[in-house]
Design a protein around this ligand. Structure first.
Ligand SMILES: [Zn+2]
Length: 334
């Protein structure tokens, strides 16, 4: 009985990680990345390569498009996280975590920038309805930069702008909760006039927290079994705290692979395995295969591994460190 239970758990986790693995950059619904290997300790099988394209080396001006209806508390959890990327905080901090991303360079020897500035907000009250396709994201960005109210519109910053479309809990997105929790790509001139990198991340709270807000929600729904590793969200909302790690994942990947021609593993640019995909589900030493790894607990028992501004705490997955050639984060024990 115990054995079959273990087997079930194993099968369950395997499919969970297949699911989580595909918050990636392109339209390829059937692509499943094999996450059965634990990359935390090994580097032999990783063929992460540079494909000659640019990385985001100039200081990034990040613009957030809040799509739908947002709780101000959830918004400040997210904006404080963005501010933490380039701000000092007690070790291990979000800025310490970002340092691994800045190790990636392009053929001009330029590194991914250390500076990510939150440079503008746009509130979009369902301009494209409550069901969005992947392509809708580009129209939503176009709408934000061409809004007739010039005081509200975002600048169309094609030299160092990065656009983040965040959809509220009641907005459905093509493949969200079925294949992806977020993705990054770039706009096409035919839709948005210029090419700018962007990322989308959805609030999964009402739709699939067990998938996109793991480990703050149990994938099976209901009460998690003992020893499941499910933990409380450090900022009070599973959907938002779950988004933080997906936002971090997409920011790391869009910065190191903004035009899908810089850093990725695998031979197929249609289904690239990028620097955060390699470390999916790993938040601390020993993580992988359904175990998040060694992370800290706050005084209420909520899980976190990084410190941010204003005393914030966040739980963020690790990324592939090209120098150490393994998944790594500042909270590592070694
Ligand atoms: Zn990814």
């Amino acid at each position: 009985m115990m054995q079959s239970l273990h087997l079930l758990t194993l099968v369950f986790y395997t499919s969970l990680f297949h699911f989580l693995a595909i918050s990636r950059s392109q339209n390829q619904p059937n692509y499943l990345y094999n996450q059965q290997k634990n990359y935390e300790g090994s580097s032999d099988l990783i063929d992460l390569k540079y494909h000659m394209g640019p990385v985001l080396a100039s200081p990034i001006n990040l613009y957030i498009i809040w799509y739908g209806r947002w709780d101000p508390n959830h918004q400040s959890t997210i904006t404080d996280f963005i501010s933490s990327i380039s701000s000092p905080a007690p070790y291990p901090s979000v800025a310490d975590w970002w340092r691994a991303v800045t190790l990636y360079t392009d053929q001009t020897s330029a590194n991914v920038t250390r500076n990510v500035a939150l440079s503008g907000h746009f509130h979009d009250a369902y301009s494209h309805g409550r069901y969005l396709t992947r392509l809708s994201m580009q129209s939503i960005i176009k709408n934000a930069v061409t809004s007739s109210n010039k005081r509200r519109a975002l600048p169309l910053n094609y030299s160092n702008g990065l656009y983040l479309v965040l959809t509220s809990h009641d907005v459905q997105v093509q493949e969200f909760c079925r294949a992806v929790c977020g993705f990054h790509y770039f706009t096409f001139p035919s839709v948005a006039r210029v090419t700018v990198p962007y990322a989308w991340i959805g609030h999964s709270g009402a739709q699939c927290p067990g998938m996109c807000a793991y480990p703050f929600a149990w994938p099976g729904g209901g009460t998690p079994p003992r020893g499941s590793g499910i933990m409380g969200p450090p900022n009070g909302d599973p959907g938002t705290d779950g988004m933080i790690s997906v936002i971090a994942h997409e920011l790391a990947e869009v910065s190191s692979n903004p035009l899908i021609n810089a850093w990725y593993a695998g031979d197929d640019p249609v289904a690239p395995t990028e620097i955060a995909d390699l470390c999916l589900g790993v938040y601390g030493s020993g993580g992988g295969g359904g175990y998040v790894g060694v992370v800290s607990k706050d005084s209420w028992g909520n899980g976190y591994n990084l410190n941010g501004v204003k005393g914030r705490k966040y739980l963020v997955q690790w990324v592939w460190n090209p120098v150490r050639r393994r998944c790594f984060g500042p909270n590592a024990l070694d």
